[in-house]
Design a protein around this ligand. Structure first.
Ligand code: HEM
Length: 488
């Protein structure tokens, strides 16, 4: 008996290395080998790399760098050391799919230009809506973008946005100074959401907007979760939140349609109105579903990203007093030409040269969209490398922003680096090509307005300047940027 147990243990122990070896090469054999076989003799190669374990792929290595050692850029650096740069591509297996990692700006540029070959495969269309900007392709995408550009990015829209968001920002900062101590991430999210509610559907801050914010927090969690429609999962919850959020906006839209039918003039002038009224050259309007899907899509796109950017600007300015001094001087000069309590305009912001550099430098360092994904619809050749059909491409944007070859001393917050032109294509915080962020002007203007009122009216300090960072799901200090703040 004892001999049998000992033998079984012996066999198991002996088999372990073999099992490990099989697991280590499984994805290579399953995904990479058939492609290499097809390519043999053609001179075309699969990008270098290793695809890791079955199902997990390289997720353990990814988590090691992002979560454990907290050196996220070494995930790519370790590959560069091992395989060299090649054409700026590696093969891998991440987030459950075979993946080509594109870390060189030139590859991202190429991918942005090939809309038909590289389509958006994430976030889930179910959550964003089948007729949302992210979900549609080709001519439908071009058509929808022109409607949205009209509603958000035109100079008159930006003027209106600048005046609508300021009362809330000014009031929020005053309340911060009264409290004296603030968790910036938490509070900025609140004020950003209130502003989005006002801009998109003229919703006034209060219990209804707070309830909608909770729904969107649920949706945003689901965007990052595995798409399992099982009760109790984040994704299932997110779908329910989306349905409820759509119901709220649908009710508002029906109210406005009824007013239009009754010949009553709308008193609102927001994104919903803009989308309802816009017409293309043939006089066609957006459908109800398109209006609603795109409101939800834009809230998801704009809510957390803008909040994080504002949070990071407050963080870096506390750490770099020289930058704050210059920012304050520029904004104080503008204030001198304004009456007390008068708001700044989008035209004023266009003249705030240093402030604009602070905004760009903040976004470079914040790396809010660390990477974005595309799904490959057909085999593609790039500089002698095969990007296989049905694989994912991960455009590793943060690597470009933190690479000293693109930005000297990249971890230093230095708005003056923007005095000279940067490496072409190296700055991709908003993505690029036809899918460049639809809300980039809106985000920039909100950050600049926040900085104007903050720098001219307040002084603040980080309470935990050495708080450790987390990098997933976003780069953020663990304390959410706790500050003490007072009026100047
Ligand atoms: C600092 C803030 C922001 C950052 C860093 C950011 C980043 C990005 C990035 C990287 C993309 C490209 C995604 C891809 O190609 O897969 C994108 C697309 C998009 N963003 Fe933003 N974004 C920000 C603010 C906003 C705001 C305020 C809105 C809405 C008002 C918004 C709405 C969108 C939409 C709708 C798209 C999809 C565009 C398309 O597919 O044509 N974003 N954003």
């Amino acid at each position: 008996m004892e001999v049998t147990v000992a033998m079984a243990v012996g066999v198991l122990v002996g088999a372990l290395p073999v099992v490990g070896l099989v697991a280590w090469w499984w994805n290579e054999v399953w995904y990479a080998l058939p492609v290499k076989f097809k390519l043999s003799g053609t001179g075309i190669r699969l990008p270098a790399g290793h695809m890791g374990f079955p199902f997990l792929g390289e997720m353990l290595t990814f988590l090691w760098y992002f979560k454990v050692v907290k050196r996220p850029d070494d995930f790519i650096n370790s590959k560069r050391r091992k395989y060299g740069d090649g054409a700026g591509l590696f093969r891998s297996h991440l987030f459950g799919r075979p993946t080509i990692i594109a870390f060189a700006p030139a590859v991202s540029k190429y991918v942005y230009q090939q809309d038909d070959e590289f389509i958006v495969g994430w976030p889930s269309v179910e959550l964003l809506g089948p007729t949302s900007l992210v979900a549609v392709h080709g001519p439908s995408h071009t058509r929808l973008r022109s409607f949205l550009t009209n509603a958000i990015n035109r100079p008159d829209a930006l003027r209106r946005i600048a005046s609508l968001v300021q009362p809330n920002i000014v009031a929020e900062l005053q309340s911060w100074a009264q409290t004296g101590r603030v968790n910036v991430y938490k509070q900025v999210k609140k004020v950003t959401f209130e502003n989005i509610g006002r801009l998109f559907a003229s919703l006034e801050p209060g219990p209804e907007v707070d309830a909608i914010e909770i729904l969107f927090k649920g949706i945003v969690k689901g965007v990052r979760a595995q798409p399992l429609k099982i009760p109790g999962t984040a994704y299932h919850h997110a779908l329910q939140c989306r349905k409820k959020a759509m119901d709220v906006f649908r009710k508002e839209l029906e109210k406005r349609k009824k007013m239009e039918l009754d010949g009553l003039e709308s008193k609102t002038d927001d994104l919903m109105d803009g989308l309802m009224r816009s017409q293309d050259e043939q006089g066609n309007r957006l459908s109800e579903q398109e209006v609603l899907d795109n409101i939800v899509n834009h809230v998801i796109g704009g809510y957390e990203s803008t909040s994080l950017s504002i949070m990071w600007s407050i963080y870096y300015l506390a750490l770099y007093p020289d930058v704050l001094k210059k920012l304050r001087e520029e904004n104080a000069t503008l204030r001198k030409n304004k009456a007390a309590g008068e708001f700044i305009t989008s035209d004023d912001i266009s003249h705030l040269k240093y402030t604009k550099k602070v905004v760009e430098e903040t976004m470079r360092m914040a790396n809010i969209a660390a990477f974005i994904f595309r799904l490959v619809t057909k085999d593609v050749e790039y500089k002698g490398y095969r990007i296989p059909k049905n694989w994912n491409v991960a455009l590793w944007l943060r690597y470009s922003h933190t690479n000293p070859e693109n930005f000297q001393d990249p971890m230093c917050f230095n708005p003056d680096r923007w005095n000279v032109p940067i490496t072409p294509g190296a700055y991709q915080v908003f993505g690029g090509g036809s899918r460049i962020c639809a809300g980039n002007m809106l985000a920039r203007i909100q950050i600049a307005i926040f900085l104007h009122h903050l720098s001219t009216g307040y002084k603040w300090e980080l309470l935990n300047p050495n708080a450790p960072m987390i990098y997933l799901s976003h780069q953020i200090p663990t304390d959410g940027v706790e500050i003490s703040i007072a009026a100047l």
